[in-house]
Structures are given as C-alpha cells and as structure tokens.
Design a protein around this ligand. Structure first.
Ligand code: SF4
Ligand code: SF4
Length: 178
C-alpha cells in the first residue's frame, strides 16, 4: 500500500484549528490517491484476502517485534530507519506456525486451557489440534506443553502438516486396553 495513506500527528485537545487543518489536508491527499487497492493497482478480491492475512498476523508481529516496537525514538530519521523493507520481507517469509504432534500429545489439556483465543480443539483423552485459522501465533501452547511430552512444534518456512482426522484423535490408554 502507498505509505502516504498513513499519517500520525500528535495534537492536543486545545488545537482544534490545527486538527481541522490536518484532517482536511489528509482527506484531500487520500481522495487524490483514490480508493484503497485501485490506487495501488491491486484487484479488489486480492486486496481483501491480503488485508485479512495481514490483520491475522498483527498480534504475531507485535509479539516478535515487541522489543523494537517499545524502543523510544527521538527523531524522524530513527523512525524511518526502524524497519527496513528487507526486515519486513523476512518477517513475512519466516512466519512461525505451531503444530501439535499427534504421536506425542497426551491430552493433558494444558495448552487448550491457556490458549488466549480458543484455537486448540481437544478434550479428555483427545489428541489436541490447533485450528490454524484461529491461531494468533502467540506461542503459549509451545511454552506450556510439559517438557516430558514436548508435543508442540514450532514451524517456520514450511507448510503445517494437516490435522489428524477426527476419528483418530481418541487416545486409548494401555491400562484400558488390557
Ligand atoms: S500459538 Fe497461541 S493462539 Fe496459537 S494455538 Fe498456541 S496458544 Fe493458541
Ligand atoms: S499441552 Fe501438550 S500434551 Fe498437553 S494437550 Fe497440549 S499438546 Fe497435548
């Protein structure tokens, strides 16, 4: 997207005239740029799906770049140099996903209780599965899965394996088999 579509100004509540000026200037600029996507030569549907993908990644980006985003900057040069295009490209290229190894999951339910967006499907004696559409990549499941199980995998740069079929998710404990 054209970066000119974003403008950040700090204005105090007492600066009504300045506020009106900024809004008028910016409104005129955006009108000149034309509708989002059209001005950039991006098809409407492609734009919609790209925006949805990026929106889903916002919590992940905030998490992986939290230290950088919290840096106090003093001047415009520092702002301009904070993120390079290469860094942003590699951020998207190396997006991390989480996957539960069905051979290791012991259905202890720790991860599903701690997932902040209820993206983990599972229950008692059920191998847990991450709903990749809902997952915001916070990494909590990776951190809380007991080390003796080590069932949650971090995946980067390769596709996430498909989820184990529902009919194969029940764990039959040895004592019950006998
Ligand atoms: S990474 Fe976070 S959001 Fe995704 S499944 Fe694990 S706990 Fe849930
Ligand atoms: S915390 Fe680990 S072992 Fe427990 S249900 Fe989740 S993935 Fe399975």
């Amino acid at each position: 997207m054209n970066p000119e579509r974003l403008r950040i100004e700090w204005l105090s509540a007492g600066e009504g005239v300045r506020f009106a000026e900024v809004m008028n200037e910016f409104g005129n600029k955006v009108k000149k740029l034309g509708p989002l996507g059209k001005g950039e030569g991006i098809d409407k549907n492609e734009l919609k799906s790209k925006l949805e993908e990026v929106t889903k990644l916002v919590p992940y980006i905030k998490l992986v770049k939290r230290e950088k985003l919290a840096t106090r900057l003093d001047n415009i040069e520092e702002y301009n140099e904070l993120f390079t295009s290469d860094e942003i490209d590699s951020l998207f290229r190396e997006v991390i996903s989480y996957y539960i190894d069905p051979d290791k999951c012991q259905a202890c339910m720790t991860c599903s209780k701690r997932c902040p967006v209820e993206a983990i499907i599972g229950g008692k004696n059920q191998i847990h599965v991450i709903d990749q559409e809902k997952c915001i990549k916070c990494g909590t499941c990776f951190e809380v899965c007991p080390p003796r199980f080590g069932s949650v995998k971090k995946i980067s740069g390769e596709p996430v394996p498909p989820p184990i079929p529902e009919e194969k998710r029940t764990i039959v404990r040895k004592s019950k088999e006998e």
